[in-house]
Design a protein around this ligand. Structure first.
Ligand code: FAD
Length: 451
């Protein structure tokens, strides 16, 4: 069997790995249009802040490590067309500028997404950057130490934009963080959390400019010099666009079914509309555990699970993609937060009636001093207004309690209710925790509540 995998980030990597684990004899051709396989944008902040020194270390696999396992690795080779009936792809060798066709028995499209561009005047000016992939990582790193860059404007205050803002604030630049939504991280956290985080951003010299719509990039000598919104103008020597992503699928029209946003339609087995063609990762939707249906969840965790699902099905072991809740975590200066499932900011668009309970506690018993790692913990549990089924949660503290959110993802997946969590068994030891875990505390408080 010959399998062609297109794209070498999380989704493509996992498809290759999953096949190799169980059928190492499979003939695999692995294509990447960039000059580097398996770069992980998730590690970008660590590289930009100097924690990881070498940009080339931010990856899972090298061409040599993959070739040692018998995989044919092709870099700077772009797949430009798929002919599903013939089971063929067109390969454009970007180095030699030649094209050829390759036959496949099974094809995995792990083509991912690209940063969305803003269709405003000045968008083509120099020094308008994005934060995704190795090339941008290298260019951004240079800007962190560029003395000509004093003012950085980050557009989009999701977790990528907040990472970018933190990197450049730590590098001593003045950073403005713009978003059209009223709160930074609005799609990840509710107001109880973002109020504290916004104060932290401000305390570290970042200027939030929320609820503003970008109208123009102004420039001087072909370089960006400012960002004009509907409310203000901000000076900018560098603009970083992190206002969403666009699936890299325009070339697939007619080969596989795409939705109105260009996402590749897949069934529960990651199969596309074309026989023997699978798709995984940011170019697809994922089954959503809290309320069913499918959602766009652009996370490495999802791409990896989809890659494994595709691999299993290719090997003739039917497996459905497990439903996911979109759990994610981030540190913002001295706070660490994580969230999963439904929040106030997403319930409306899902069209569901939710209730939430917000509690504050300490990470450890009150007698444990802060110097020994104790700190306030903020936690919010979200559940269905009618059935009390658990739908999501958010947690934040200056100590790292983010891992607790994984228990909520499991509770969502297992369709648990407030009653299931109220007295659920969690360990206690004063060096780590409280006798009643904050999940117990929140669920009990919700059950006691009259409204
Ligand atoms: P992509 O990562 O988009 O990769 C697609 C690859 O396919 C690219 O290398 C591209 O060059 C190649 N390609 C595309 N078209 C072709 C073609 N026609 N021919 C050949 N090659 C092609 N997720 C988390 O879970 N946790 C995190 O902490 C996290 N942090 C992140 C931080 C940043 C700054 C960013 C940008 C993302 C982060 N993510 C995180 C999201 C995660 O990186 C993405 O969800 C994941 O990379 C998606 O993987 P993918 O395989 O779908 O595609």
């Amino acid at each position: 069997m010959k399998v062609i995998v297109v794209g070498s980030s999380h989704g493509g990597y996992e498809a290759v790995r999953g096949i190799l684990q169980e059928a190492p004899e499979t003939e695999i051709q692995w294509y990447e249009k960039g000059d580097f396989i398996s770069f992980l944008s998730c590690g970008m902040q660590l590289y930009l802040e100097g924690v990881v020194k070498n940009v080339n270390d931010v990856r899972y696999a090298t061409p040599d490590s993959a070739r040692a396992k018998g995989v044919d690795v092709f870099v700077r080779q772009e797949i430009t067309a798929v002919a599903p009936l013939q089971h063929e792809v067109t390969v454009h060798d970007l180095t030699k500028d030649t094209t050829r066709t390759e036959h496949y028995d099974q094809l995995v499209l792990a083509v991912g997404a690209e940063p969305a561009k803003l269709a405003v005047p000045g968008a083509a000016l120099a020094n308008v950057y994005a934060m995704r992939g190795r090339d941008w990582a290298i260019r951004l790193k240079a800007k962190t130490v560029d003395p000509d860059v004093a003012n950085v404007v980050v557009i989009g205050a999701g977790y990528i934009g907040v990472e970018a803002a933190e990197v450049f604030a730590k590098a001593g630049k003045h950073v403005t963080l713009i978003d059209i939504l009223p709160r930074a991280l609005q799609l990840y956290l509710d107001e109880e959390f973002t109020t504290r985080l916004t104060a932290t951003l401000v305390a570290h010299g970042i200027t939030p400019a929320m609820g503003q719509s970008v109208e123009e990039f102004t420039g001087k000598d072909g370089q960006v010099s400012g960002v004009l919104t509907d409310q203000a103008e901000f000076p900018a020597d560098l603009v970083i666009l992190s206002a969403g992503i666009k699936p890299a699928t325009h070339w697939l029209k007619g080969a596989v079914d795409l939705d109105a946003k260009g996402l590749i339609k897949v069934n529960d087995y990651q199969q596309t509309s074309a026989t023997d063609v699978y798709a995984v990762g940011d170019a697809t939707l994922a089954p959503y555990a809290p309320v069913g249906g499918k959602q766009r969840i652009a996370l490495a965790t999802v791409a990896r699970r989809q890659g494994r699902t595709a691999a299993k099905n290719i090997l003739g072991q039917p497996m459905k993609m497990p439903a996911v809740s979109g759990a994610s975590a981030l540190s913002v200066f001295d706070y660490h937060f994580a969230s999963t499932g439904v929040k106030a900011g997403t319930a409306d668009q899902l069209g569901i009636a939710i209730k939430s309970i917000y509690v504050e506690d300490t990470a450890r018993p009150p007698f444990v001093p802060e110097a020994a790692g104790n700190a306030p913990v903020y936690f919010k549990l979200t559940y269905a207004a009618d059935s009390q089924r658990i739908l999501g949660a958010q947690i934040m503290s200056k100590v790292d309690v983010t891992g607790n959110i994984n228990a909520i993802s499991l509770a969502i997946q297992g369709k648990m209710t407030l009653s299931d969590l109220a007295y659920a068994d969690f360990f206690f030891q004063p060096g780590f925790d409280r006798p009643w875990h904050i999940i117990n505390v929140a669920a009990q408080a919700a059950l006691l509540r009259k409204t």
